[in-house]
Design a binder for this molecule. Structure first.
Ligand code: GDP
Ligand code: IMO
Ligand code: MG
Length: 420
């Protein structure tokens, strides 16, 4: 069976930590979409690690990790990540596999990402500029190069052909930066990538399922950044939702069992685009500072706000979420009052759904106010010992979202998680 862990908001819900926590119960941990735009933080002892493309199961010695076909892979970033995990004693050559169908991010994809963002002016997405959009465009446009192509002797010729196409696009954008250094790095990293275990990911994974092994699919970004169902055009370029597991790994839908949705106890977003419950006041600043809400990939300050029950209902619906994990509950410890968005007024009318274009309407979030617990919960290890106001907060969310919160994360550490 395959279980899925994914984010229900606009990313950075704490997926890295939670996948690392659950990985012990699985045989294979697989990333199914996204690329180095992701930054998944976890702690190994007191060492902080940020993974971008390597699945967050890599620190469990006996577990296999797979970068799936739905991912877009940057060889240069992968090499740096591998060095970082090797420094912590991980034998990635033994445990990490890459699907031959995974598309490669080329230096010109990064340049195109930058050129495209620059051309958007005020309407820019706030992309991480890792080349994600252009690489997925080459995939759907049937141009891209894949990891399996590295093993073809004509790889360099194929690369040069595609590079010429990209150059014409860059010329149209009026983009003239020198990317020679990026290309040198890329070709060095390509040599490194060739030494990996490059496999047919769909057979690799399904053969394990046939043997009764357990697979955990790790999402990147969040459901509200999904290219179909997110706040388009302020989204990423992949399907971040459960459906992406099927196409991003070659898994049949009936093989998927638990869908574990992660939400922060509040909400954040990095980059442009609508965010109805955003707080542009001192409470927003408080959440940013207390939660250390600065991007794991880009270092940008994250926008902060209250938890959004309407967006969570929507995310649970499209993902088929069976249980919730609430992270960063400890960040609310210092607040007297907590708010939960339980409705939207859209252009003055009560409408409790996610509209077609969030950025083209006026959304006034409606709130239920709840009492803060004003207790340091970071060392609490069982739910019974949680303060009553925290239990009320969880009850309120369970009733609103109609999916139970099964785990509460109360700190960044590996063991800081409480079963409800
Ligand atoms: P991801 O992209 O979903 O993996 O999340 P990020 O790693 O980008 O951001 C989550 C941040 O919150 C990281 O710095 C984590 O170390 C941290 N974190 C995760 N869970 C908790 C928690 O329960 N409490 C606190 N205080 N920090 C957490
Ligand atoms: P993790 O996996 C938060 C955002 C960017 C931008 C938009 C498009 O760590 O949760 P892209 O680079 O994909 O073209 O950017 O999506 N974004 C993320 N925000 N967490 C992420 O990943 C993100 N990956 C992309 O900020 O608004
Ligand atoms: Mg992140």
């Amino acid at each position: 069976m395959v279980d899925v862990i994914l984010g229900l908001q606009w990313g950075d819900e704490g997926k890295g930590k939670i996948v690392d926590f659950f990985a012990k119960d699985y045989d294979l941990i697989a990333r199914f979409q996204g690329g180095p735009n992701a930054g998944h933080t976890l702690y190994v002892g007191d060492k902080k690690v940020v993974l971008h493309q390597i699945p967050s199961g890599i620190f469990h010695e006996e577990k296999t990790n797979l970068i799936g076909n739905g991912v877009v892979l940057d060889a240069v970033t992968l090499r740096k990540e591998c060095d970082a995990v090797a420094a912590l004693g991980v034998n990635y050559k033994k445990n990490l596999y890459i699907s031959e169908r995974t598309h490669l991010i080329l230096p010109t994809h990064r340049a195109l990402d930058k050129a495209s963002e620059q051309s958007k002016g005020e309407e820019k997405i706030g992309s991480t500029l890792k080349g994600i959009g252009p690489t997925y465009m080459d995939k759907t446009g049937r141009n891209g190069l894949r990891v399996g192509d590295l093993l073809d002797k004509n790889f360099t010729t194929q690369y040069i052909k595609l590079r010429l196409k990209h150059q014409r696009l860059l010329d149209n954008f009026g983009f003239h930066e020198d990317i020679t250094a990026w290309e040198e790095e890329f070709f060095e990293a390509v040599e490194f990538l060739r030494t990996f275990k490059i496999v047919n990911g769909e057979y690799f994974l399904n053969e394990k399922l046939a043997l009764g092994q357990r697979v955990l699919a790790e999402g990147a970004q969040g459901s509200m950044l999904d290219v179909d169902f997110g706040t388009f055009p302020f989204v990423t370029s992949s399907n971040t939702i459960t459906a992406g597991v099927c196409s991003g790994l070659g898994v049949a839908p009936q093989k998927i069992k638990e869908v574990i949705g992660i939400t922060k106890a509040y909400c954040t977003r990095v980059g442009g685009g609508p965010f109805p419950t955003e707080l542009l006041d001192e409470t927003g600043d408080y959440l940013r500072n207390a939660g250390n809400e600065f991007g794991s990939t880009t270092g940008r300050p994250r926008r902060c706000g209250w938890i959004d029950g309407i967006a969570l209902q929507f995310a649970c619906m499209i993902n088929g979420v069976t249980q919730l994990v609430m992270t960063k509950a400890d960040i609310l410890d210092g607040l007297d009052e907590l708010k939960v968005c339980n409705g939207y007024k859209i252009d003055g009318e009560e409408k409790n759904f996610i509209p077609f274009q969030m950025n083209k309407v006026n959304i006034e979030p409606q709130y239920q106010s709840l009492e803060g617990w004003k207790t340091d919960i970071s060392a609490i290890s069982n739910f019974e010992s949680m303060p009553p106001a925290m239990k009320t907060y969880i009850d309120y969310l369970n009733n609103l979202i109609k999916v139970p919160v099964k785990y509460i994360s109360n700190g960044p550490g590996r063991e800081q998680i409480v079963v409800v």
